[in-house]
Design a protein around this ligand. Structure first.
Ligand code: SF4
Ligand code: SF4
Length: 244
């Protein structure tokens, strides 16, 4: 988006309801320690091949990790997120965050976009119209005005890169090794939190597990087989396939 955009949070609490909140690895540990449920979201792509958005090459490569799939290789992107199908467990009856000083990075950044390739569009956000008619300037041209907010976005992107190998290792240790093809959907797992917390406490090494791609479209599956990739369209038992 170009031009100028101002923003002032109204405290409506809508962004704390019905949103799975992406967490860094350290935040995930804290969420698990506090008794929260985590949802694991996985998507994969082939470097310079199927699923890779060429215009986001550097961004998606840096936050992904290579794994074997069939006789080929895909790169997986893994998101650990607070599972919030309804109101966040930390939202009180007055729509205030009870862990405000320790809230996750993403909660501090909203409604700003973390992906540098996605422009901030008020219409895509939960904030009411008046939030965009008050407060200081948020965006000038295409730049975030607030240096503190810039630093938070940078920290979130850096955590994505720093954490990806450990997140993949945790997935592999717990058998979460079916992904979807980026752009076609993603897979979602709700791990047993006891086993998940144990894996997080002592992150295992890469066990070299073989991955598969959940693809329901036959033509797409055939084109992936041409790349030597292993696909499945079996009805999922341990995960959900969320197709686009
Ligand atoms: S942790 Fe706090 S700010 Fe983040 S979604 Fe929950 S209630 Fe909202
Ligand atoms: S949806 Fe927007 S205005 Fe409402 S609490 Fe969240 S950031 Fe503030």
């Amino acid at each position: 988006m170009s031009g100028s955009l101002r923003f002032g949070c109204t405290g409506c609490g809508k962004c704390c309801t019905g949103h799975h909140v992406p967490l860094t690895l350290a935040e995930t540990r804290q969420w698990a320690d506090d008794g929260g449920q985590v949802v694991v979201l996985i998507e994969a792509f082939v470097t310079d091949g199927p699923g890779m958005p060429a215009d986001q090459r550097e961004h998606v490569l840096r936050r992904s990790y290579p794994v074997p799939c069939g006789s080929g290789e895909v790169r997986v992107s893994v998101t650990f997120a607070a599972f919030n199908p309804g109101r966040c467990r930390n939202l009180d009856d007055n729509d205030l965050c009870t862990i405000y000083d320790q809230r996750p990075l993403v909660c501090r950044i909203y409604p700003v976009e973390i992906n540098p390739h996605i422009p901030l569009r008020p219409g895509n956000k939960d904030c009411p119209p008046q939030a965009w008619q008050q407060g200081p300037e948020l965006i000038h041209g295409t730049q975030l005005v607030d240096a503190g907010l810039q630093a938070l976005v940078h920290a979130s992107r850096q955590a994505d890169r720093d954490d990806i190998a450990a997140k993949v290792a945790v997935c592999q240790a717990l058998g979460m090794t079916t992904s979807a093809l980026k752009g076609n959907g993603f897979t979602a797992y709700l791990p047993n939190m006891e086993a998940f917390a144990a894996a997080l406490a002592q992150v295992p090494g890469d066990n070299g597990a073989a991955w598969a791609l959940h693809v329901e479209d036959e033509a797409l599956a055939a084109s992936l087989h041409d790349h030597g990739l292993l696909t499945t369209r079996e009805p999922p038992v341990y995960y959900a396939f969320i197709g686009f």
